[in-house]
Design a protein. Structure first.
Length: 304
């Protein structure tokens, strides 16, 4: 494991760019930032709220899931979120021009109501974005979350999967026939069969959400964001049992790669042959890199 950068304010949403830099969000800082290979941190755009997942879209811009902000606690263990803030202003999907830093808000609502806490995002080959809305947690209640499909130009958005319990990481199988969604507080990974871009073939009862359960973890370990490797394995960032849980597409094989941070929140693949995993260790504010035994899946509009 190699430390790529430190001093980040709860990093998430890493994107390994072709020029060797890593674009990511700093949720507590409210920024989209760039990390250079020497560890220098540059602010691309000040977004406010709580920028979370990020992905390169069909026009080369960065699309950001902004959860609207979080309440924070910092102590000797590090920095961590602890719920909805008093000044919460609602969730949104934003587009950031990498060249100028210009920010455009694309979506704040769906046909079902306001976005609460957009979290993670992936683009399909058709140029549409899939994203999760985890919702918000308050002192005595919490939202139910869902999964949404939207156009990159801001013209249309719709709810596709609802309800889910804290949906977080999201990814597509290599052939884009399946959509994967990780739930945080249940520690479960779900798969949804796709009939067309943005169209889910829902399974019947007793599925609670129309999906197939791929895997669930025992004990107190929670799922965060995920990445898919070239063989279709799901690499899910795991909280409290800090590390990356690698799950085969059928859920039959599960391996845990330990990391030195209870809040291992996300990863992406980059470097030669996409064989380097860049991992956000958010409690300690670090971005690290390590050689990975398999190549990552090439992402639409970034590696393809």
């Amino acid at each position: 494991m190699r430390e790529f950068a430190k001093g980040l304010r709860f990093p998430e949403g890493p994107i390994a760019m072709p020029d060797g830099t890593i674009v990511l969000v700093e949720i507590e800082r409210g920024t989209l930032s760039r990390v250079t290979p020497d560890g220098t941190i540059e602010v691309i755009a000040k977004l406010g709220g709580g920028p979370n997942g990020a992905a390169i879209g069909p026009d080369g811009a960065v699309y950001v899931c902004n959860n609207g902000g979080l309440r924070w606690h910092e102590d000797q263990n590090g920095l961590r979120p602890v719920g909805q803030p008093d000044d919460y202003g609602g969730g949104r999907i934003e587009r950031v021009d990498l060249a100028t830093g210009a920010v455009r808000v694309l979506y704040t609502h769906t046909e079902k109501g306001p976005l609460k806490g957009p979290n993670d995002i992936v683009f399909d080959r058709a140029g549409g974005m899939w994203f999760t809305d985890l919702g918000k947690t308050r002192e005595r209640d919490m939202d139910r979350g869902g999964v949404y499909y939207a156009a990159a130009d801001g013209s249309q958005i719709r709810e596709v999967i609802y309800p889910m319990l804290t949906p977080n990481g999201i990814g597509l199988s290599p052939d884009e026939s399946r959509l994967y969604v990780a739930e945080t507080h249940t520690g479960r990974l779900w798969a949804f069969d796709l009939d067309a871009p943005g169209v889910v073939r829902r399974r019947k009862f007793p599925s609670p959400n129309g999906g197939e359960l791929v895997a669930g973890l025992p004990g107190y370990q929670l799922f965060d964001s995920l990445a898919v490797d070239a063989e279709g394995n799901l690499c899910v960032a795991t909280l409290f049992n800090g590390g990356i849980t690698v799950i085969s597409p059928d859920g039959a094989k599960i391996k845990h790669v330990k990391m030195p941070d209870l809040y291992t929140t996300n990863l992406c693949f980059g470097g030669p042959g996409l064989r380097t995993a860049f991992v956000t260790l958010s409690l300690s504010g670090r971005l690290v890199a390590l050689d990975w035994p398999r190549a990552g899946l090439a992402l639409n509009f970034l590696n393809r």
